[in-house]
Design a protein around this ligand. Sequence first.
Ligand code: URA
Length: 212
Amino acid sequence: MFLMDTGEKEFILPQAPAMEKTGRQPKAELLSQLYNRIKGCQKCPLGATRTNLVFGAGNPNASVMFIGEAPGYEEDKTGIPFVGRAGKLLDKILAAMKLSREDVYIANILKCRPPNNRDPLQLEVAKCLPYLEQQIEIISPDIICCLGRISALYLLRLKLPMKLMRGNIYHWKGSIPVIVTYHPAAILRNPSFKRPLWEDMQRIMKILKEGV
Ligand code: URA
């Protein structure tokens, strides 16, 4: 602790956060700087209709990042990703992987809710995706999991049926491995996707343990 004598009162200043060995700022700090830069974003019309910008949540040092589509009603209300019905299912999936939200990082292609949960528009993605890309660069996870076709479409520029994307390992910007699987909301609509999703999660766990 540093003590600063102001003459009137003694203030205890928090110690400067430890730098990582590389001399880079801690990831949590970089993420919070990014959040502060974008929290008032008005680059697309969704800025005017949102209640909260849903930045992303979880462990800045996570080795796995889950990327969904866009905030829904509950997420817009709370500012936290995946807290509605699909989010509750994601929590169960994480628990089955022996993980929790504190172990992973969760974000979306869009940070603001599209009206009536419609699909993101090109313009919205063009303005918003660079924020997610900066988050991925800061977190630098060992693996990314795209939840659903919209996530794969915009993160990987892949316009393929889920059946063809599943089971492959893609690479984000030629480096970070990416697995594509069903969105939890799709599992709620069609429980027969549960088994393939679980196979994908097992593949993620194997990669985390053994590498690609
Ligand atoms: N669906 C998503 O894709 N993201 C959320 O945050 C919530 C639901």
